[in-house]
Design a protein around this ligand. Structure first.
Ligand code: OAD
Ligand code: ZN
Length: 257
């Protein structure tokens, strides 16, 4: 059910207070829209999304890195610099505060930024990796992230070499065609199966297997909530679709609990 007007949102949010307070485990599942109000571009928004300006096959696949490592490395370093300049928004801060108020709240994120952690949330699983955790493309050894340096948008930058084997260091993210780290998948499905309330924030629900998690939670009986200013293909799966942004809606949920 969609809640879009001010009156609908007020009543929907107040009716969430009780299930949230009595939940033994609440999961907040976030995508790029979570960080949009911090100034980090999303992927699929029509004008501002990265995939409206770039072709994922040129930048976000192992083949792209093999073909042009400097182009791929430079693009991720450009994004890492944006993330380092960004600050957690009111939505990230509200989630961290909710985690203090509720007995057990965890975050599963598709984002490769650290804005949840910087807002103070401790229990965060990164499904798609993490910009600050580059690793060797050959032996997989973790490499120290370089100091942040200015990379112009689209400018190439040579990746560092692995201290152990000399192979090229690659961004610490999951690319198209790669598997999500096993421990992260296992934890995410486990939480989906056992939580009482599931809150999805700012994801288009188009990238699997992540997009399947809300349905798993619902299948196991969780109350499901989506926060997004737009419709998504998965709207129909949710008990509540709260129409609005992360920084608007999450502080209101915090106040209601
Ligand atoms: P998308 O860019 O696909 O979707 C962003 C969603 O956030 C859209 O549904 C927007 O309507 C919504 N949105 C925009 N601004 C918002 C705001 N202020 N508050 C709340 N929602 C807002 O991003 P993801 O769904 O995260 O994969 O994309 C999934 C994956 O595709 C990413 O993790 C990345 C990408 O390719 C990898 O890097 C492997
Ligand atoms: Zn190596």
């Amino acid at each position: 059910m969609r809640y879009a007007t001010e009156a609908e949102l007020t009543s929907a949010i107040s009716s969430l207070a009780e299930p949230l307070s009595r939940a033994r485990h609440v999961v907040v599942f976030t995508g790029a829209g979570m960080s949009a109000e911090s100034g980090v571009p999303t992927f699929r928004d029509a004008l501002s999304g990265l995939w409206s300006r770039y072709n994922p096959e040129d930048l976000a696949t192992p083949e792209a890195f093999a073909q042009d490592p400097a182009l791929v490395w430079g693009w991720y370093e450009w994004r890492r610099a944006i993330v380092h300049q960004a600050r957690p928004n009111a939505g990230h801060i509200a989630i961290a505060a909710l985690a203090q108020k509720l007995p057990n709240l965890s975050v599963i994120t598709q984002n490769v930024d650290d804005l949840h952690e910087r807002a103070g949330t401790e229990n965060v699983v990164h499904l798609h990796g993490y910009l600050d955790a580059p690793r060797c493309s050959v032996c997989q050894e973790l490499a120290p992230p370089p100091e942040i340096y200015e990379v112009g948008e689209g400018a190439p930058a040579d990746p560092p070499s692995c201290g152990k084997c000399g192979g090229l260091v690659r961004p610490g993210v999951v690319w198209f065609g790669e598997a999500i780290p096993e421990a992260a998948v296992k934890t995410a499905y486990d939480w989906a199966a056992h939580c009482d309330v599931w809150i999805t924030v700012g994801t288009s629900g188009k990238v699997y297997p992540a997009a399947e998690l809300p349905q798993v939670a619902q299948g196991f009986g969780a109350l499901t909530v989506q926060i997004n200013p737009e419709s998504t293909p998965l709207d129909y799966q949710y008990d509540y679709c709260l129409v609005g942004t992360a920084a608007e809606i999450l502080p209101r949920i915090l106040l209601a609990v």
